[in-house]
Design a protein around this ligand. Structure first.
Ligand code: MGP
Ligand code: SAH
Length: 251
């Protein structure tokens, strides 16, 4: 029985209502959800981790398939976009609040019926996944990065001085609920076709290392920079048949 999400979090209609630490996110509200003014709802983690709509649509276009699994659906930024390019979306989150917010937001976009919302732990789901009973074509990973401090808190070296933004490199070890490498390995048991949304300061060698031991011809990764205006927001890493030059892996 779906929950009425309107009682779960406030809808901020004006800046005066928004707590100070969320104001930088609220000012981007129409970029997160172009239908924000129709009543889209986010909680604190939703505000700082939702994928902006234009980026979500770009990813969804690249991931167009029959069944996509959004393993960490949050407040629905990606799931809503996938519902516009894929036949069916399975959306998992282990937060009952965010899952209810995702369903609420999907309703505003008229795509609620195309998404199967599952309250649960993706790690459990992946470990018990059986391809003979349920076929999943593409898995999308947008896990927690360790909070909004991800840019400064990762325990690795600073990027070269030639980089216009000098943040420490983000290590996949900081990904939750498993390290980024463990999460990837588990996910590949579901499908070789994976899109992985990661911080813009992620160590590129670690991304390449995810597939380094795989056979030639299937070990490519394509890293897409997600820009909004003059700002780099994140990286999306495409594996399997989603990476340019590896389309043959769909067969
Ligand atoms: P940001 O750098 O925290 O925000 O996140 P912004 O507005 O670019 O602020 P600035 O201070 O860097 O200028 C950039 C984007 O990364 C967000 O829009 C989200 O899409 C995404 N994002 C941020 N976090 C902390 C997470 C996270 O923990 N998980 C996921 N999946 N995405 C996140
Ligand atoms: N792409 C989403 C944002 C994802 S943020 C959007 O656009 O809205 C990461 C989400 O992972 C959070 O909502 C968090 O509740 C969820 N999460 C954390 N651990 C999880 C787990 N073990 N299984 C499933 N979801 C989890």
């Amino acid at each position: 029985m779906p929950v009425d999400a309107r009682g779960l979090v406030p809808f901020y209609a004006s800046e005066d209502d928004v707590p100070m630490h969320l104001q930088k996110y609220w000012s981007q509200r129409e970029r997160f959800f172009s239908r924000f003014s129709q009543g889209c709802l986010l909680d604190e983690e939703g505000w700082y981790s939702v994928t902006p709509e234009r980026i979500a649509l770009q990813i969804a276009n690249r991931c167009a398939c029959n069944v996509v699994l959004d393993a960490f659906c949050g407040v629905g930024g990606n799931a809503i976009a996938f519902a516009q390019t894929c036949e069916r979306v399975i959306a998992i989150d282990n937060s009952p609040t965010r899952l209810a917010l995702a369903r609420h937001n999907a309703k505003i976009y008229g795509v609620e019926d195309r998404i199967e919302f599952i309250l649960g732990d993706f790690v459990d789901f992946a470990r018990s996944y059986n391809a003979t009973t349920q076929r999943i074509d593409v898995v999308y990973l947008s896990p927690p990065w360790g909070g909004p401090e991800y840019l400064t808190s990762s325990p690795t070296k600073a990027r070269g001085a030639d980089c216009f933004e000098s943040h420490p490199e983000y290590s996949l070890a900081s990904v939750r609920p498993l390290s980024g490498a463990e999460l990837f390995a588990l996910t590949r048991k579901i499908s070789p076709h994976v899109a992985y949304y990661l911080p813009r300061n992620t160590c590129l060698n670690e991304i390449g290392g995810l597939v380094a031991s795989e056979p030639e011809g299937s070990n490519g990764v394509e890293v897409e920079e997600e820009w909004m205006g003059t700002k780099l927001k994140a990286l999306t890493c495409y594996f399997g048949g989603l990476a340019e030059g590896q389309e043959h892996l769909w067969q």
